[in-house]
Structures are given as C-alpha cells and as structure tokens.
Design a binder for this molecule. Structure first.
Ligand code: GRF
Length: 210
C-alpha cells in the first residue's frame, strides 16, 4: 500500500507507550494500511515520545495547562491544531491520561478511539484490572471504543478476553491484559482501515480525510 492510501494516525499518550510500540511495529509491515504521522503527549518526558523519536516519528509535548484531569482551552486548541496540521485521519488514544471533551471531539467527530483495560461496560475508570480482581470476576480483557463525552462510555469497536487466574496479582493481571492490548489495538485499527468492522450494527470504516 502506498503512503498516500494509508490511514494517518495521530497517537496521544502520557505513559510508557507500549501500545504505541505495538501499533508502530504493525505499521512497519509493507502491506499495513496504517501510518503513525504524529505522537503528542501532555508529559514532557513521556516514554511514548522517546519510542516515537526512535522510530523517526515526530513527537511533540504540549503543556496541558492547570487542570489535573483535562486540557485547558489553549492546550486543547494546540492539540487540535497539531493533529489537523499533520492531516490525521484518526486520533488514537494510547494511555492518554486526560479526558477529552467538547471542542476536541467536535474537531474529530467519530474519529477518536481509545483502548481500555477491561471488558467495557464493566470497570470503567482507573486501574480496571484491580477493579476486576476486587470484584472476583473470572474473565476480564480489553476494549477498543470510540471516545464520546463520557468516561470509557463510547460505542464498542472490538474486545479481547483475558482469563483471571487463581494466583493473579494486580501487576501480573495488568501485564497479561497489556499483552492482549498489543494484539487487539493494531488489529482493530487495520480492520477499521480495511472496512471490516461493524459497530452498533453498522459497517464502520474511515475514508481518508475528514
Ligand atoms: C493501557 O493499559 C491502556 O489500556 C490504558 O493506558 C495504558 C497505556 O499503556 N488506556 P502504554 O503507555 O501503552 O504502555
């Protein structure tokens, strides 16, 4: 697939970037329909930015402003402008620890997706693997979903099940969920690019260009 036909991804992350690495590795395959064109972070020295630069992908830090859980107005505008300047087709959240609302979502309607470490709608919010252990469920997993105004509440695109084993600790379970994420996220992005996904009963895909 030539570069011009690929789905252009803008990845947002605050952490170590293991999901970005999985997506970046998938993009490296010559027949991949995906291309990461920009990585943005709200953390100055985030691992995800280092992983991007190692791969020759532009990575930019944008100061989030004074709020703890969201971007302030100027930061939100700066994120939107950077993504639009990079002509991204899809905004991919990969461990981005701030809630995106209002103007950001209106700038990329139905074009922002996230991965969450549980089988939504169970265990939204933080440390979902601990929530699953505390609740005593036997299976958990990960979910790729569209981002809407709520927290981890948008339409579900794909899920992968992870069993919970007798002697799991939070760290061991989290690591097993992350392994599942690293398979699910790139595979789901490729299916979205290739028009092979049905969400809420409708075939869902992304034409290049918003
Ligand atoms: C992932 O576990 C994802 O489910 C959650 O944030 C984590 C990001 O990890 N939204 P990484 O930075 O991709 O390693």
């Amino acid at each position: 697939m030539t570069t011009g036909n690929k789905l252009r991804l803008g990845v947002l992350g605050s952490g170590k970037g293991s999901n970005f690495v999985a997506i970046g590795d998938a993009c490296a395959a010559s027949d991949s329909p995906l291309e990461v064109v920009l990585v943005l972070s709200d953390i100055a020295d985030a691992g995800i930015s280092a992983r991007a630069r190692e791969r020759g992908i532009p990575a930019q830090f944008i100061a989030p402003g004074n709020y703890r859980t969201k971007l302030d107005e100027a930061a939100e505008a700066a994120f939107v402008a950077a993504l639009q300047n990079a002509r991204v087709d899809l905004v991919v959240l990969a461990g981005f620890m701030r809630i995106l609302k209002g103007e950001f979502l209106r700038a990329f309607p139905q074009r922002v997706i996230n991965i969450h470490p549980s089988l939504l709608p169970a265990f939204p919010g933080l440390e979902s693997w601990k929530q699953a252990l505390d609740h005593g469920v036997k299976f958990t997993g990960c979910t790729v979903h569209f981002v809407d105004q709520g927290v981890d509440s948008g339409p579900i695109i794909a899920q992968k099940v992870v069993p919970i084993l007798d002697h799991d600790t939070p760290d061991i379970l989290h690591a097993r969920i992350q392994e599942a994420e690293h398979e699910l996220y790139p595979a789901t992005l490729a299916m979205l690019a290739r028009k092979r996904i049905v969400v809420n009963g409708r075939r869902t895909f992304f034409t290049n260009r918003i």
